[in-house]
Design a protein. Structure first.
Lengths: 199, 199, 199, 199
DNA sequence: AATGAATGAGGGTTCATTCAT
DNA sequence: GATGAATGAACCCTCATTCAT
């Protein structure tokens, strides 16, 4: 199977960024990595930014597709939360290089105005979680009272940090880590009789 | 009181990195920011790395000092955990710029070998948490069974991500955010009768 | 009638050069301007130079043809001079874009040796004027004594500069400008009784 | 006498542009010409444009100073016109390289908007001539009726084109060329009894 | 006749670093 | 302590040109 050069550049870019970081990424390194001329890269991506745009958008598109296939949304809110964390981390585990690269890009790439260019990408990702929490709090009454936005941030923080660890190979037992993460947030969010003890 | 040039450079560096990111930081920008010659910077810090080293070490030294003053370690493990999260986040809130800058440095700065230069700094920070968890599990029996290292990572992830939000001004009600974070991990780690329900 | 691609490229090149200058001209811009591939341009003009050669030669060929139709050479030298200036400027006015482009090319394009490639084209254009002046001085005695080559240069300078103005739209009343230019050189070259006053 | 590097770069730039044209000018060529690093050039002129700005402004400043010293403005309008042409061309003759370079810059350099960056410099130069003509027409009645702006353009065109010739060494006898140019425009502008013959 | 891919040289620019003063 | 000058490597990007299809 012949992969187009453009796709090769995408792939190599992800690898380079994952391995050498945002700063270590340059057209020259990618070209060298692929044993092609530097001009080939600029031929396919007239401006360096466009590589980032394509990588980030592609990553989120694929992730959304994966999530759509694996997330459980027709059962309880708790099941939804569990499957959200589970499918998220599994997608990450299956796309370690890409994930690490995307994290680097989002955290570092800035537009000409000096502002982070992909900050919004990061925000949009909270929405599904917030909806799960609101549904669980208002309809199913299975979640205790907490600010959905804040809890979503905590869940995401766990997923993102764990993603980094997974991506860098710092996690040995993936299933256990996922299981424990899910339990952590299940315990933290559920509504039960003991809740008022904490007041 | 006259602040030494060296200190001024440190301060300016933190501000620049916090505002413009790791990539936007350069000796020239710092010099311009202070209205001094670029040579002055290299006079005080012969190599760029040394600025980072000093900033990161200074930050963790100050943080450790702050924690030493504010952490409760002579009461229960639960109190220790609570005060760890609390003092951590309060220190961050009081040092937003510095925190953001340090996060950027740790996430991006690499040595000549291409490896992240401050990855170890990040690791050492887990130790106190691990000890709290182990003590709470083995001695006080107040925590349920979980891998201390993993839970420490989850707590740190929450603190670090929240730190970023706080540092960038994304958190409106600091006290509420801290309180909710603490409750989240209190609920997630405590040992109670309902725990086995989840098996 | 379908215009051949080659002709389209010529036309587009003139427009691009006229609007963006010699420096702003590139094969890519022309291709984009025509919504064709860059390869098409190099197919028709294997080397960039060849576009310039064809444009310049075509321009002077057309100009010569136009002059041949409009110049009066069978009457007096004064009439010849007048019609030379007049037809020259009218041709320019009718071919503003092309004229501006050609001016840019002649002033900037250099061969591999670094010398202006079309400097000679510019020189050849003086000959008709010189002949008119010599004839008027020696045969008709209608012109005063002056170096024909020098006066030819002055006339050309007026025409060329005026051409630029006309081409860039800086001239509002074309007829008036032409009339005044002709009068200027008629007065400057004629032989009359007052001439010796100036000695 | 030690010339500063900045001044050397200015000088070398003028030479390079004069010899190789606007297109043949590059930071690399200048650096090589001076046997210095390319970085030195950008150290003194952070952006390439600034070289052009400094060259053009310096040229016009020097020219204005020279004109101020050599122009006769306290006698008749005719004398003023003569001295204007004379001092202009003599300044050019004494600054051949610079003049040629400035001509190239003005004709080619464009800002980011794509418009000629020094077009205005060229316009301001007409003002003195226009004033001379208006004064001669209205006060002294020594000039015939013509549009001052148009005639100014014709005079400038002669000067500019002659400047180019002089700069490129195409003029052998400078004094004769100047004298003839002055006579040409003296004859072309003066008011005498024969004027109405041309109506 | 037309196209897209690939190339490599050269462009301007940024920047950490060295050094003499 | 402080400074400005100089350096050279690396950066992104533009572009004429070559070539297989």
């Amino acid at each position: 199977m012949v992969k187009g050069t453009r796709e090769k550049i995408r792939q190599a870019s992800l690898e380079v960024i994952a391995k050498r970081g945002y700063t270590g990424f340059s057209l020259g390194v990618v070209a060298e990595h692929l044993s092609i001329s530097k001009g080939v890269v600029t031929y396919h991506f007239p401006r360096k930014d466009l590589i980032f745009v394509e990588l980030v958008e592609g990553y989120f598109r694929d992730a959304a597709e994966y999530m759509g296939k694996h997330m459980v949304i027709d059962r309880s809110a708790i099941d939804a939360l569990e499957s959200y964390v589970d499918s998220n981390l599994r997608y990450v585990a299956e796309n370690r290089h890409a994930t690490l690269a995307i994290i680097h890009i989002i955290a570092n790439h800035r537009g000409k105005d000096g502002e982070l260019a992909f900050a919004d990408k990061d925000n949009g990702i909270y929405q599904p979680l917030i909806e799960i929490f609101e549904y669980g709090q208002q309809e199913e009454k299975c979640f205790r009272a907490f600010k959905p936005g804040l809890m979503a941030m905590l869940v995401r923080s766990a997923i993102d940090t764990l993603s980094g660890r997974i991506a860098t190979g710092g996690i040995k037992d993936l299933d256990e880590a996922i299981k424990e993460t899910i339990r952590t947030f299940t315990l933290a969010t559920r509504r039960d009789g003991n809740e008022q003890d904490l007041e």
